[in-house]
Design a protein around this ligand. Structure first.
Ligand SMILES: [Zn+2]
Length: 231
């Protein structure tokens, strides 16, 4: 974003990895900011860009989320997200980008589906490599190891990572209440199920744990990226 077009032209000659960070503007309980998913995705994108000498695209701060009955949450539709990602991928692949990593800090299945579908549609037309994942695909491997098995949205992993990445934005007033089990229910009223917007108990979160989790995510992701893009 801060480069000029001749600088981009020069960088593209070396076939760089180009990274698109995607987040959300979504409630994360009483203690984490609406930008949590975006900040985590941008953090991971920056670390992978350093390691690969890659380029980072301007981040997408919106995603598709079902928690939009909480104030401040701004969800975009599946179609909007699909079209936005498709258009960005079309533009950069027209420019000659061949190696693309899309890293999403928000991981809900429909959101990831819209992104993956856009990537799939680009591959119908272009001979490029695209990887799509959430950093939470990797972070949640630590469930039942470093954190309880049911750790989730705004819980220990996410609170710890935010303490590591942007401690100044984390409030210490986290509130959690065990919610009734409404598994598999489709509803417009998530606030009735998740009273405080925290889907699992954040107690036990720490900056040290966040650092450990982030290191794990970045090391693992870097090894997958290296293998798949032959870097
Ligand atoms: Zn989140």
């Amino acid at each position: 974003m801060d480069l000029t077009y001749p600088e981009i032209e020069e960088r593209l000659k070396h076939d760089p990895l180009v990274i698109l960070p995607i987040g959300s503007t979504e409630e994360h309980g009483h203690h984490l900011p609406l930008s949590s998913d975006s900040l985590q995705a941008i953090y991971v994108a920056e670390k992978i860009a350093e390691k690969s000498n890659g380029l980072i695209l301007p981040p997408i701060y919106y995603g598709y989320t079902e928690l939009d009955d909480f104030k401040g949450t701004i969800s975009i539709s599946f179609e909007t997200l699909y079209n936005l990602v498709y258009d960005i991928l079309k533009e950069i692949t027209d420019d000659g980008v061949k190696k693309i990593l899309i890293i999403s800090g928000h991981a809900s299945s429909l959101h990831m589906g819209a992104i993956r579908y856009a990537a799939r549609k680009i591959l119908d037309k272009k001979d490029v490599k695209i990887m799509v994942l959430s950093d939470y695909d990797i972070a949640y491997e630590l469930r039942a190891k470093l954190v309880p098995e049911n750790d989730s949205h705004a819980g220990i992993i996410e609170t710890s990572r935010m303490l590591h990445i942007r401690e100044d934005l984390v409030k210490k007033n986290w509130i959690f209440e065990k919610n009734p089990d409404k598994k598999y229910m489709v509803t417009r009223k998530y606030r009735e199920i998740y009273t405080y917007g925290t889907l699992s108990d954040p107690n036990g979160a720490s900056k040290e744990l966040g650092e450990k989790i982030d290191e794990y995510v970045i090391e693992k992701l870097w090894s997958i990226v290296k293998d798949n893009f032959s870097l």
